[in-house]
Design a protein around this ligand. Structure first.
Ligand SMILES: [Zn+2]
Length: 213
């Protein structure tokens, strides 16, 4: 009888461990204060950081409707200068893990801003922390970023250039590390913000609500 109880307990424990491993981290949404906070530079590249990166990769890869292309640590309530992007073309690359950016600095950028490849039809940005909201945001056409990353078990210094959509995603994520949201540009520049209603995008006319975020 006792043995059965222990076995049952172990089965339960096993289920718990499996559930734990496959759990997504909770992505916080507006108006959570972490989305408006300054993230701290990473100085300790030990197990805590590696676990955070692993959990964030797991979380980003599990996002659906919409599938996320980027995730910054403040979005999972961790105020560190860490973000991921998942924008590689799956058909062109073997790599499936989202790219890791730690302590990023934008060191150079294009002269011009862009709203996307077609000026008459701006590319709308969205955010996992602002579900259902979309807006046109001016971004540098290309950027150069210095950052650190994890390669196998090592910490590596990187300097990379990003163009077009990739540059847009990286700029959106860098903004998250200083508590800036894409709707800030919309409010500052008087650009429209849309809310998804069913399959339609409807322009938000009550812009005061956006300021509260
Ligand atoms: Zn975002």
């Amino acid at each position: 009888m006792k043995l059965q109880k222990i076995e049952a307990y172990l089965v339960k424990l096993g289920q718990f461990v499996i559930e734990k491993q496959t759990d997504k981290m909770k992505i916080v949404t507006i108006p959570h204060p972490s989305l408006r906070s300054l993230a701290m530079p990473v100085v300790d590249f030990g197990m805590d950081l590696r676990n955070l990166v692993k959990d964030m990769q797991n979380t980003l890869q599990k996002t659906t409707n919409p599938r996320g292309v980027g995730l910054a640590a403040p979005q999972v309530d961790q105020l560190w200068q860490v973000f991921l992007t998942d924008i590689e073309d799956r058909a062109l690359t073997e790599s499936t893990d989202p790219k890791v950016f730690i302590n990023p600095h934008l060191v150079k950028h294009s002269k011009e801003h862009t709203f996307g490849p077609d000026p008459d039809n701006p590319r709308l940005e969205g955010c996992l922390s602002m579900p259902g909201l979309y807006g046109a945001v001016p971004r540098w056409q290309w950027i150069e970023v210095e950052f650190q990353s994890l390669q196998d078990e090592r910490v590596v210094d990187k300097k990379e250039r990003f163009d077009g959509f990739q540059a847009r995603v990286v700029q959106h994520e860098i903004d998250h590390l200083s508590g800036r949201l894409f709707t800030d540009y919309s409010l500052e520049l008087g650009l429209p913000v849309y809310r998804e209603e069913g399959k339609e995008l409807v322009e938000i006319t009550d812009r005061l609500a956006l300021e509260l975020y």
